[in-house]
Design a protein around this ligand. Structure first.
Ligand code: UD1
Length: 370
């Protein structure tokens, strides 16, 4: 291993885990060139939000666990930075790979760069244009100090060029999260009849259901905004039963403010990947404010109604199955109504290079540039 390149791969929150799984699988095929270690910042720490994904997605136990979850953004980011710096001093990486746009992505990239390491950002260049989103700040700051940009859709390349980055640093490789989706889907399809904890509920709902997720601060942190949104959700559930897979932060706000849910809205704890996939792939529609789910639904052509005013993933709207409706009740109801009328569904095609081979392209590039 004396001439091999030393890498650190950093993950911290639920949406990171799906993205590192295919990269790690690919790196294992190139042990001759890369000596790598995995860092889990602990941003997400609940079993439901973290451990189950490691088990299910075949991610090895982290070599370094920073236990830096909870607190305000500054507290969390600061804690990750302090503890990750110690890891960088110990391991002296040539390259740090960060994924996505969570606080762990931002914190690790700043520390890596100052420690003299190169930074690779997977899912670089996405921009919502909405600086009130913590993730937009994380994306912009991370990309400002990234050396190798791995991009999922053409808008990412355009954004990075506009921001003055060298075209030779930009690599349009497709999407590792979609690699993971196909990998997990093939495992799911290889075990028909598998019983999940939601199976009994699903049988009850054989006539059709929607899946709902909500966790963006702009939708859930203000109890009045959340109550208004839930009032519309309750109306939707009169026409279509909704399975509401609820993030811990949203669950605690609903409980604290005693926000009432209609009987057609079924609350479910955060689900393991496979179980969640098994639900949404057959849903008549998905209502969400998640970034990743907009893309996964596009990859499988499942109709998605996004409860946000903007998206950093515009290809899901131009090419995919996604519509943006924000929090306007009439727009939400109209979009649901159109979706439920046969023949009114929008056409959807799979974006370029979302073919399950993004991780192998990334590792190929890293072999070349390092
Ligand atoms: C984070 C990401 C967001 C991503 C989301 C997916 C940032 C800025 N945000 O948001 O981009 O879409 O993850 O889930 O990084 N909590 C638990 N258990 C956990 C984790 C969190 O109860 O395992 C609760 C805690 O009250 C915690 C709060 O959720 O303080 C917020 O967690 P945090 O990691 O700060 O942000 P998310 O809302 O999860």
């Amino acid at each position: 291993m004396t001439n091999s390149k030393k890498l650190l791969i950093v993950a911290g929150a639920r949406p990171n885990f799906m993205k590192i799984a295919p990269i790690l699988r690919e790196l294992k095929l190139h042990q001759d060139v890369f000596d790598w270690r995995l860092v889990h910042t602990g941003q997400h720490y609940d079993k439901d939000m973290s451990t189950v994904f490691f088990e299910e997605l075949g991610i090895p136990a982290p070599d370094f666990y920073l236990d830096a979850g909870g607190g305000t953004h500054a507290q969390q980011t600061g804690r990750i930075m302090e503890r990750f710096e110690v890891v960088c001093q110990k391991w002296q990486p040539d390259l740090v790979i960060v994924v996505g746009d969570v606080n762990s992505t931002l914190a690790a990239s700043i520390v890596a760069k100052k420690a003299g390491s190169k930074v690779a950002h997977v899912e670089a260049g996405l921009r919502s244009g909405d600086m009130s989103m913590p993730e937009e700040i994380n994306r912009i700051v991370t990309d400002a100090i990234t050396d190798y940009f791995f991009v999922t859709e053409p808008s990412g390349i355009d954004n990075l060029i506009r921001e003055g980055h060298e075209p030779s640093q930009l690599f349009f490789v497709g999407h590792v999260m979609i690699d993971n989706l196909y990998h997990q889907l093939s495992i799911l399809e290889s075990r028909p009849g598998h019983q999940f904890s939601t199976s009994p509920l699903k049988r009850e709902l054989e006539t059709g259901y929607g899946v709902l997720t909500l966790h963006r601060p702009s939708n859930v942190d203000d109890p009045v905004a959340l109550s208004n949104l839930i009032a519309v959700i309750n109306q939707v559930s009169v026409h279509l039963p909704l399975l509401f897979v609820v993030h811990p932060r949203t669950a605690s706000i609903i409980e604290r403010h005693e926000i009432g849910l209609a009987s057609g809205v079924h609350l479910l704890r955060p689900l393991p990947y496979m179980e969640f996939l098994n639900l949404w792939k057959d849903a008549r529609l998905v209502l969400t404010d998640s970034g990743g789910l907009q893309e996964e639904t596009t990859a499988l052509g499942v109709p998605c109604i996004t409860l946000r005013e903007n998206t950093e993933r515009p290809i899901t709207v131009t090419d995919g199955s996604n519509v943006l409706v924000g929090s306007d009740s009439s727009k939400i109801l109209r979009a649901v109504e159109l979706q439920l009328q046969s023949g009114k569904q929008r056409e959807s095609r799979k974006p370029e290079l979302w073919d399950g081979a993004a991780a192998s392209r990334i590792v190929e590039v890293l072999r070349r540039v390092l």
